[in-house]
Design a protein around this ligand. Structure first.
Ligand code: ZN
Length: 191
């Protein structure tokens, strides 16, 4: 059964890649913490107002946290430094409140409930999933990172948002894999 599923997946990838390669408008990005546990999914989608990021996560420390899209699609735990700086193709200053801001990857803060869960819808108005300088697929993709502290919206280079505590890769490879493998993600990701 597994082999059949794999074969079907490969077939789907083959069939879909022709028509989808340059035209991915939405993908599910799995978010992992520093010890490698999956915290859930960020749904990333092209929107008339930019790129929408819908977070549905658990297992985070309660309170306010910064969320940013970083310039490299590489999430290496535990510090996630491999994702580089905030995604900033327009060479702006950091911060949604900065007069010369903001980075394309600057997103509003989220507030995690006491039980460690968060459901939030964020918008990156200058980003796109289409081709171009501000595309989140970039050269090698980008990464969504949640930080330990809230972003103050002003201080360079990252709003005093502290350590990086969770990370997920945005890339065409991730998008194509998720499209092709239509498994019930809810069940598969429970421990
Ligand atoms: Zn920034």
């Amino acid at each position: 059964m597994r082999r059949l599923t794999l074969s079907l997946s490969l077939l789907l990838i083959f069939v879909l890649s022709g028509c989808m390669e340059e035209n991915i408008t939405a993908l599910d990005v799995e978010i992992f913490n520093a010890t490698g546990d999956s915290l859930g999914v960020a749904k990333v989608s092209e929107d008339p107002n930019g790129v929408k990021v819908e977070l549905n996560l658990e297992g985070l420390p309660p309170g306010e946290h910064g969320v940013h899209i970083h310039e490299a699609g590489l999430c290496e735990a535990p510090d996630f430094k491999t994702a580089g700086n905030h995604f900033n193709p327009d060479d702006k200053e950091h911060g949604l409140l900065h007069p010369e801001g903001a980075h394309v990857g600057d997103l509003p803060n989220i507030i995690v409930d006491e039980d460690g869960t968060v459901v939030a819808e964020l918008m990156a108005p200058a980003a796109t999933l289409k081709e171009g300088k501000t595309s989140l697929f970039g050269k090698d993709g980008t990464a969504i990172i949640i930080s330990e502290n809230p972003d103050d919206g002003m201080t360079q280079p990252s709003g005093e948002s502290g350590e990086r505590i969770a990370c997920g890769v945005i890339s065409k490879e991730v998008a194509e894999k998720k499209e092709a493998v239509e498994e019930p993600v809810d069940e598969a990701e429970k421990e």
